[in-house]
Design a protein around this ligand. Sequence first.
Ligand SMILES: NC(=O)c1ccc[n+]([C@@H]2O[C@H](COP(=O)([O-])OP(=O)(O)OC[C@H]3O[C@@H](n4cnc5c(N)ncnc54)[C@H](O)[C@@H]3O)[C@@H](O)[C@H]2O)c1
Ligand SMILES: O=C(O)C(=O)C[C@@H](O)[C@H](O)[C@H](O)COP(=O)(O)O
Ligand SMILES: [Zn+2]
Length: 365
Amino acid sequence: MTASQPERLRVDSERPYDVAIGDGALDDLPDLIGADAQRVAIIHPTTLASPAESIRKRLMNDTREAHCIEVPEGETAKTSEVAAFCWRVLGQAGFTRSDVVIGLGGGSTTDLAGFVAATWLRGVGYVTVPTSLLGMVDAAVGGKTGINTDEGKNLVGAFYEPRGVLCDTTVLATLPDNELRSGLAEVIKCGFIADPQILDLVEDDPAAALDASGPVLAELIERAVRVKADVVAADLREDSADGVGREMLNYGHTLGHAVERVEQFTFRHGAAVAIGMCFAAQLAGLSGRIDRALVDRHRNLLQVVGLPTAYRPGVWPELYDAMRLDKKTRGDRLRFVVLDALAEPAILSGPDPALLTAAYAEISR
Ligand SMILES: NC(=O)c1ccc[n+]([C@@H]2O[C@H](COP(=O)([O-])OP(=O)(O)OC[C@H]3O[C@@H](n4cnc5c(N)ncnc54)[C@H](O)[C@@H]3O)[C@@H](O)[C@H]2O)c1
Ligand SMILES: O=C(O)C(=O)C[C@@H](O)[C@H](O)[C@H](O)COP(=O)(O)O
Ligand SMILES: [Zn+2]
């Protein structure tokens, strides 16, 4: 009997690459690193020190040295201080342009590692090895890298594509439940903006969608990666002259990122995006773009997998202030991704302030 091969989804972008999904995906690592690299750095959080060390040992040989760079857990790694620490390690180890950085971890780690790879010597080889659901379906794919500043999420960064994305889904067995739910928020986002079958799968069997080793989550991962890969292949740099383009992947993020900032980056990203999608659905519902059933579908679906759908009242000025630095904002004009119908994303540009506060009232009762 032969072991099953990982599924491969192509990202047909400026420099096409594959997302390998499944047991054995990591076997691609030596080929992606290539024969020229004499040095490899694995950037990882403390929790993943043991798998990082196993990878380091596998990659060491007579002509190549491999280093582990341990960074803080989660969002606390996405700072200029931690990026500077990584640059110092690369400098002291003599990393040149033929050497390679690997990001091993959740989305926070791969955002940081990608930014370090993009900026060291203005760009060295980069491979992502996402270990969280959110990392696999979203953060590790598509080349958005970056760090936070006190003023907001991902305010400093670069578009920098990896050579490959290796998703060994067996690692999801150790992922805490709340992290799995957080990742499911981005999966559900893909359902609302592009692939409604995702929504049917979650509604039909929410428990199966949260079973890390089951076939339903495996199908959801592939569907979400397909959505992301197709969108970024068509509009890598989020500057589409034709339609919504990559900005559709920002569904729920305008308010979501503001919630993260108001909560000083202690909120799970997916949880904040879930609230943000409910807010965006209210914007579309109150302005007559979608019917009440589709607005309610957002709340019901997110609630059934244990995600938050409401936020505390009384902080609108702080949320509004944070949204002014959203990357979709142009001048003083806020812009939101909304739906005109299921899987028909559109941009709501410069909405009436009364519409915004009415939508906030709906989600903060
Ligand atoms: N670049 C993009 O396109 C993009 C897309 C979506 C989200 N993001 C970013 O991703 C981040 C969120 O990523 P996340 O949800 O993966 O969170 P995370 O990276 O903060 O990880 C959450 C926690 O889970 C741990 N963890 C990861 N894999 C594990 C495993 N297999 N077993 C046990 N613990 C594990 C991490 O070490 C961390 O402590 C946010 O910063 C968000 O802005 C980026
Ligand atoms: O890949 C994209 O494009 C996205 O918008 C995906 C989001 O899920 C992700 O959180 C991204 O980091 C947000 O990007 P930002 O440009 O709003 O910081
Ligand atoms: Zn996101």
